[in-house]
Design a protein around this ligand. Sequence first.
Ligand code: NAP
Length: 273
Amino acid sequence: MSGAADQGSPASHPTPNPDAPPLRLLVLGGTTEASALVAGLARKPEVAVTLSLAGRTAAPRPEPVSTRIGGFGGAEGLARWLSENGIEAVIDATHPFAARISANAAAACRAVAVPLLAVRRPAWEREPGDDWIAAANVPDCLDALGTAPRTVFLTIGRQELAAFARAPQHAYVVRTIEPVGDALPVPNLVTVSARGPFTLADEIRFMREARIEVLVTKNSGGAATYPKIEAARRLGLPVVIVARPALPDVPAVADAAGALPWLRARRTERGTV
Ligand code: NAP
């Protein structure tokens, strides 16, 4: 995690004014953390939340707050949107591999002087029994897989699947939320369209039945998708694990609950407005 969030201290901040208008907050989402955050904030009249989704999922889960969908048009477009909508605080709760929107959020918030907090779940750490092969990025996974044909379980989402077309000797089992379509043109492909979370028992059964020999995943972190890592460990399977991209150095907390003191500090900062 980069930077520590200003948790706000009772000594340095006055109590929020209960009569002040709600704090206008933008949450950049698409993750379980963002959903947890807006679910909690939906019950708080002192915060007016807009959730933003990229629009990658055709039928996103319904959320209990005002939701906008689609890109802003880069950092400049986001800065404009923040100003036009009178946004007073932004929480970047996007996925740790969504590096572009995080960079845009940092640049836009800097440009219009709106405070920004990132919610960044800690990366998974190697446990005893894990057979991990590190990859710097998705294309690097090909070297880790080697040349001999293997049955590969790909759980890296849809957008970067094409890289594996350069290794058509492998049999691929691809699990995504949205259908894969023609994103991975290889002769031996099984696609599974499913939305987690999956239990450890589910993952062990699935990997056994599909005769998986190696798992490929991003180091997303968090509990929701961890059972596949644990299943691979139990089954003695190697895991090719993609390292996280560089993210902007902004105040950050590990989960949705960690964002609440920061929000309170933003409200008290407005003083008696
Ligand atoms: P990205 O590469 O960082 O962003 C690409 C572009 O998508 C951004 O420049 C922005 O377009 C738009 N965008 C991304 N997130 C947005 C949001 N929450 N609201 C509005 N626009 C957004 O992102 P990505 O890796 O494609 O991920 C897209 C979304 O899926 C993210 O919200 C992320 O939380 C979620 N997600 C990603 C992954 C992953 O592995 N990458 C996994 C699970 C969930 P403009 O420049 O036009 O504003």
